[in-house]
Design a protein around this ligand. Sequence first.
Ligand code: MN3
Length: 206
Amino acid sequence: MNNDQTAAVSPYALPALPYPDDALSPVISANTIGFHHGKHHKTYVDTLNKLVAGTEYADLPLMKVIARTAGVADKTAIFNNAAQVWNHTFYWQSLRPNGSGEPPAGLKQKIEASFGTVEACRKELATTAMAQFGSGWTWLVLDGDRLKVVKTGNADMPLTTGIKPLLTIDVWEHAYYLDFQNRRLDYVNAVLDKLINWNFAMENLG
Ligand code: MN3
């Protein structure tokens, strides 16, 4: 996993964006990034730090906190905030300025083996993003040796079920409301057409 959250323990830090605030404009404005990274993502980090302070989770790396709280009824708040910290860091890396276009050869081959064409994969990402009722995430994942598109609600993530995420699109309203209002499909299509970081997905394919 290309993610600098693997080793650090609490207090966790808000990871810096991999590009300037306005780098994804006009698809995702600097205003949206300012709120999404500077407020939403930061709040998950700050809340998680408060929740784990003085607990058995305080000295664990983020992924261990997630693994140990997933599905545990009285640890929902810790899981939700920890998973959202991880999901957002993964999302920022899933996007890049001047993204999309042709995936790297190894990934393209895998996409074609699993979906037929890159366009079919793109279409499934869009359809799945629209099928998520309410807040959540759409993911391109490696499940066994096949690529799939899956969705998760709220803070849930594929990793807790042993499925390897390659890239994600945040479909919480806060990801697009300032730029697209209620038009989730316009946001998803614009991200798919212009911002997908195939190189990141390729790295995660490993
Ligand atoms: Mn978000």
